[in-house]
Ligand binder design. Structure first.
Ligand code: ATP
Length: 319
């Protein structure tokens, strides 16, 4: 089967050992490896697909730990480079009692932001059948140029381009800048997945109605997806659109649900691209992606809760 190459940041989230506290109140923190593009890579591999991660880590104990996590999960890490000077990115993340997520990033700058064009493993990119990326790697140079170059090389080599903007507003200089930059690469993608919150942010509305989602549609797109948490997802193609419900699960921590959804989707698309034209096939595929997202919410953390194929099948058969 074909190779998915996922490009971007991999980092460590530090999450409080107890829930419902502010960062200041937290008595201690647990390491939770993450970074959306890395989660997607591991999601693909855990479901049986071939995947490589492309990005930069610090040449430190955390960086080497993250590379080992990729390998242990069957992800090709030959595109990973290490920065001798900068540290692996860290983020302290907490879900406060009021339900708001609080982020504090240690990226000043972190190794992921320092990836250069010259460091890109172009052979690996050219092997990709699907090339996936987010928007955090667009925020600062030199990584921004490396990101744009990687997209260009992948596209030239005939890969499908997959984009999950994964908005992290605190990392951008302003909301306007975030919106502008995230949309600046919109037209290059074949597949785009946004969450309901991102749809509202990017369109400046408080609605996820079809006519609002259609503002993010481009003729160059093959598939636009909007994820709706426990309500499943909506899909839009040139020929058809609709929605697919998710599964009922006991939600513990939603971190990584969107990445599991994307990983499941890309792993299937690479096997059979005809789902992009065939609504029945696409709905089946999205039912699978929903199941994978749903399972990921049932355990704490992103990577430990990404499902394997048999867990996904079990949930689908049970429903
Ligand atoms: P993340 O928390 O990783 O940022 P996201 O906001 O990108 O996630 P969500 O919409 O929360 O993405 O979830 C992705 C998919 O996972 C949904 O489309 C749905 O299929 C599934 N999912 C998420 N939460 C639940 C839930 N509570 N119950 C069932 N399915 C869920």
């Amino acid at each position: 089967t074909g190779l998915v190459v996922s490009f971007g940041e991999m980092l460590i989230d530090f999450v409080p050992t107890v829930s419902g506290v502010s960062l200041a109140e937290a008595p201690g923190f647990l390491k939770a490896p993450g970074g959306a593009p890395a989660n997607v890579a591991i999601a693909v591999a855990r479901l049986g697909g071939r995947c490589a991660f492309l990005g930069k880590l610090g040449d430190d104990e955390f960086g080497r730990m993250l590379a080992a996590i990729l390998r242990d999960n069957g992800v090709d890490d030959s595109g990973v480079t290490f920065d001798a000077g900068a540290r692996t990115a860290l983020a302290f993340v907490t879900l406060r009692a009021d339900g708001e997520r609080e982020f504090m990033f240690y990226r000043n700058p972190s190794a992921d932001m320092l990836l250069t064009e010259a460091e890109l493993n172009l052979d690996l990119i050219r092997k990709a059948k699907v090339f996936h990326y987010g928007s955090i790697s667009l925020i600062t140079e030199p990584c921004r140029s490396a990101h744009l170059k990687a997209m260009e090389v992948a596209k030239e080599a005939g890969a499908l381009l997959s984009y999950d903007p994964n908005l992290r507003l605190p990392l951008w200089p302003s909301a306007a800048e975030a919106r502008e930059q995230i949309l600046s690469i919109w037209d290059a993608a074949d597949i785009i997945k946004v969450s309901d919150v991102e749809l509202e942010f990017l369109t400046g509305t408080d609605s996820v109605e079809d006519e609002v989602a259609m503002r993010l549609w481009r003729p160059s797109l093959k598939l636009l997806l909007v994820t709706l948490g426990d309500k499943g997802c909506k899909y839009y193609t040139k020929e058809f659109h609709g929605s697919v419900e998710s599964f009922t699960v006991k939600q513990v921590d939603t971190t990584g649900a969107g990445d599991a959804f994307v990983g499941a989707l890309l792993g299937k698309i690479i096997e059979d691209q005809s789902a992009l034209q065939d609504e029945k096939k696409l709905r089946e595929l999205l039912r699978f992606a929903n199941a994978c997202g749903a399972i990921t919410t049932t355990k704490k953390g992103a990577i430990p809760s990404l499902p394997n194929l048999s867990e996904a099948m079990q949930l689908m058969e049970r429903a």
